[in-house]
Design a binder for this molecule. Structure first.
Ligand SMILES: Nc1nc2c(ncn2[C@@H]2O[C@H](COP(=O)(O)OP(=O)(O)OP(=O)(O)O)[C@@H](O)[C@H]2O)c(=O)[nH]1
Ligand SMILES: [Mg+2]
Length: 229
């Protein structure tokens, strides 16, 4: 009962995004930034709609550069959203690039996710129209392996009928061994699903800013096996 009321309360005060700005691009790990506010990473295969998703959240058409030509975002692009930072990551799984280039991307992504403490959440984008690719599955395994908290965001929902979208959400969730609630369907074209994403971000920020229980201190506190002088 309480939980329901809490949810309702949160829903009535949505996260407001006023003025999102571009911070910087990083091509290499040494250029990664260490922001003082919660950072959310946006990842997914090339052309899935990462930059468009960021623009949708920012209410701006050209904050993040979008392109119909896959593989355009080759850098980590950071955006300041006021209460949080968004990092637009280079897309993976683009066939038409050289092996060296692919390895470079893999290295960048790897290095980025190694800074685990810096990442409050990951939005892993996948196309709502298709089955997850082998790369998508690998990315999710990677997130699991590094115990990074993530939500799967399905893009381009406007391309499907409501019925089909529902079917796809179910199928994709099953494919990824996730509950349907771990998936948020969106459309950068129509703004569908934006409120759900903002709600998720709000929860992430609140969790990040909440004082964390310091278990180490508890261990350090005098226990049964320790003598107090
Ligand atoms: N219909 C529709 N098209 C979309 C949507 N989101 C993105 N697109 C289109 O998909 C193409 C790729 O979008 P981007 O946002 O550039 O994709 P990206 O994931 O940033 O791509 P890379 O940076 O190259 O990895 C563009 O032509 C967008 O207009 C959506 O929600 N609906
Ligand atoms: Mg992009």
């Amino acid at each position: 009962m309480y939980e329901m009321n809490d949810k309702k309360e949160q829903r009535t005060t949505p996260l407001l995004i006023k003025n999102a700005t571009f911070i910087t691009s990083a091509a290499r790990a040494e250029q990664f930034i260490t922001p003082q506010k919660p950072m959310i990473a946006v990842c997914g295969k090339s052309n899935v709609g990462k930059s468009s998703f960021i623009n949708m959240l920012a209410n701006r058409k050209k904050l993040a550069k979008t392109s119909s030509e896959p593989g355009r975002t080759r850098l980590v692009n950071y955006f300041d959203f006021g209460e949080f930072i968004l990092a637009d990551l280079p897309g993976y799984g683009f066939a038409r690039v050289s092996k060296t280039e692919k390895e470079k991307w893999a290295k960048t992504l790897d290095a980025f996710f190694k800074n685990k403490d810096q990442i409050a959440h990951v939005f892993m984008l996948a196309d709502s129209r298709h089955d997850p690719t082998a790369d998508d599955v690998q990315m999710i395994e990677f997130l699991h392996y590094h115990t990074l908290p993530f939500t799967v965001v399905l893009t381009k929902a406007d391309k499907l009928s409501k019925m089909k979208l529902k079917e796809h959400i179910k199928a994709i969730a099953a494919d990824l061994y996730l509950g349907e609630k771990n998936l948020l369907a969106t459309s950068a074209e129509t703004g569908y699903g934006k409120a759900d994403v903002l709600q998720k971000i709000k929860e992430v920020i609140e969790f990040s800013n909440a004082p964390q229980t310091d278990f180490e201190d508890e261990d350090d506190a005098p226990g049964e096996d320790e003598e107090v002088e």
